[in-house]
Ligand binder design. Structure first.
Ligand code: SF4
Length: 205
């Protein structure tokens, strides 16, 4: 673990957020298995990192009650029901757009379903982040998310927003704008309810 990751974890701890570091996907799976007990209800937020690291499949194939928002054929109402059940989940898994070295989590969300359960509800929240998500400041977090993550995410979601053609954010007023909630988490009351697991390398956007 390099000094930047060490410092970030130390500062997350100061903000009551637990921090972990792993070197590989295999190690990541072991840590997650140690944090989520068999039979638990597990929700998830939209995350390319969870997909790339095989965590979503692990949830589907293990003995958890996984609230799978990606299940094919879900109606709008069924998806909304999953979003609401996420608040009562034992564990909620998600990615993050950026983590500042001084220990803050920053996310941009479209309808709030990814970030709302991070703030309140599930007994524990497990955030998985590539070390590429560590930034120097809140300003850099916002810049990185708007100019890199959001346009890539809009493409992934097959949106027809301007950023998918221009490869940059123009702060649009498009009806399908995915950047509605800018959320900075600076700490939490309940120590270690949110846990951040850094995985070495580039993951997600
Ligand atoms: S505000 Fe609009 S243009 Fe900018 S990243 Fe979000 S969806 Fe794309």
């Amino acid at each position: 673990m390099n000094d930047i990751v060490k410092k970030t974890i130390l500062n997350l701890n100061r903000n009551n957020v637990a921090g972990y570091y792993v070197n590989s996907v295999e190690e990541l799976h072991e840590v997650i298995k140690s944090l989520i007990q068999t039979g638990e209800t597990v929700g998830c937020g939209d995350s390319a990192t969870l997909e790339q690291t095989g965590i979503l499949n692990m949830m589907r194939c293990s003995n958890y009650r996984f609230l799978d928002k990606y299940k094919p054929g879900l109606t709008h109402d069924e998806k909304r029901e999953i979003y609401l059940q996420n608040f009562r989940a034992d564990s909620f898994l998600t990615g993050v757009n950026a983590v500042t070295i001084d220990g803050k989590l920053f996310n941009i969300d479209g309808n709030g379903s990814r970030i709302a359960p991070v703030i309140y509800g599930p007994n524990q929240v497990i955030v998985v982040a590539g070390t590429n998500k560590i930034v120097n400041s809140v300003e850099e977090a916002i810049m990185r998310t708007r100019q890199i993550a959001a346009p890539l995410d809009a493409k992934r979601l097959d949106k027809d927003t301007p950023c998918t053609k221009l490869n940059k954010c123009i702060d649009c007023h498009h009806k399908n704008r995915i950047c509605n909630d800018f959320v900075l988490i600076t700490g939490q009351f309940q120590k270690n309810r949110i846990k951040v697991i850094f995985i070495e390398g580039n993951y997600g956007f």
